[in-house]
Design a protein around this ligand. Structure first.
Ligand SMILES: NC(=O)c1ccc[n+]([C@@H]2O[C@H](COP(=O)([O-])OP(=O)(O)OC[C@H]3O[C@@H](n4cnc5c(N)ncnc54)[C@H](OP(=O)(O)O)[C@@H]3O)[C@@H](O)[C@H]2O)c1
Length: 313
């Protein structure tokens, strides 16, 4: 994989070691950041959507191999390739498409999507196309839950990045109002909790295996699990266009601290991809995203570094 480090002002060195690449940042943020990258393929769920397309675009710009999951992969391929052409990226990228429906049981998703492909990172940007009474329950919770279960099977998944929304962890205004839309924030929160729980279980199993030094039958049957999560909670996406970032700087806040704001889908995509490429800076974190008029005060990695990790032990 031809790796180009993402948005940062620091200086980088890339050292090849066999199949792996050691990417070391020499300046910028904490000296502990030394990231081993051996990325296979990133699965973008909802890759045909407005946010999903932008995530694919940023991954392609970084030359990361991508698998786009969509209910109609042929239509998704037409949409995504047309979008990449518009962005001047027509001949770039190692891009594959797969038929994927979140509403199918985990075993089916595992068989169709995870087993035939070498996926180690999932970026899940799916959401209901139309807000009908059952979509938040069936897509935002049950669909994501089955996907997370599927990602745990086989060798497991190194990193699961889930896009939800601001205020999923809050009650009162404005969450209460948004929840009138068929409980969408409530169901998104349930998916977040399910993901965190799977990462916690994977960590506990790893600890037990380390202690006992052997794998029990139950752990072997449950697959490799999910090693880390990042939850990305954008504020409103409908106002900001792709050039919003020229005048509005991204701000990343910790969990349950933001109430409102706007951020562009392109800015959210940049956060998701940077999180994928920098697992140390995004490990077990919840990022709440908004923007403020003015220049960016710090680079993306510095913003991520300031957010605390959740304890999953
Ligand atoms: N709008 C906002 O202001 C706002 C704010 C914060 C967070 N969000 C969240 O951000 C995320 C992205 O939003 P967006 O507006 O960019 O999305 P979007 O354009 O509506 O795209 C939704 C994507 O989800 C996929 N999807 C829907 N049902 C599926 C299923 N059963 N199986 C597989 N894929 C399925 C769609 O695929 P198909 O092509 O197959 O339909 C599509 O690619 C959503 O989770 C949304 O709730 C939105």
């Amino acid at each position: 994989m031809g790796f180009i480090p993402p948005v940062t002002s620091g200086t980088w060195s890339i050292i090849k070691v066999g199949k792996q690449q050691l990417v070391r940042r020499r300046s910028g943020i904490s000296p502990s950041v030394s990231v081993w990258l051996n990325m296979k393929r990133v699965l973008v769920v909802g890759g045909s959507g407005r946010l999903g397309k932008r995530i694919v675009r940023v991954l392609v710009e970084k030359e990361v191999p991508v698998l786009v999951g969509a209910r109609d992969p042929q239509r998704a391929e037409e949409t995504v390739r047309a979008y990449l052409r518009e962005a001047g990226l027509s001949n770039k990228g190692d891009l594959q498409f797969v038929a994927h429906d979140l509403t199918e049981p985990a075993a089916v998703q595992a068989e169709k999507v995870f087993r035939p492909h070498d996926i180690d990172v999932v970026i899940d940007a799916a959401g209901p196309r139309r807000l009908t009474p059952l979509e938040p329950l069936s897509i935002d919770f049950k669909g994501n839950r089955e996907l997370i279960r599927a990602a745990c099977t086989g060798p497991g998944t190194a990193h699961f990045i889930l896009v939800t929304a601001l205020a999923t962890g809050r009650f009162g205004w404005p969450a209460g109002l948004l929840n009138l839309a068929y409980g969408i924030l409530f169901w998104k929160r349930r998916a977040e909790l399910f993901l965190i729980d799977q990462v916690r279980k994977t960590a506990a199993r790893t600890l037990t295996q380390d202690r006992v030094g052997t794998e029990t039958r139950s752990t072997a049957a449950s697959g490799g699990g999910i090693k880390q999560f990042t939850i990305v909670r954008p504020s409103g996406l409908e106002r900001a266009t792709d050039n919003w970032g020229d005048t509005h700087a991204l701000r990343i806040h910790p969990a349950d601290t933001l109430f409102k704001g706007s951020v562009s889908r392109l800015q959210v995509a940049q956060v998701c991809v940077t999180a994928a490429l920098h697992p140390d800076a995004s490990r077990n974190k919840i990022f709440e995203l908004t923007t403020e008029e003015g220049p960016l005060a710090a680079d993306l990695l510095q913003l991520m570094d300031r957010i605390p990790s959740l304890d999953v032990s």
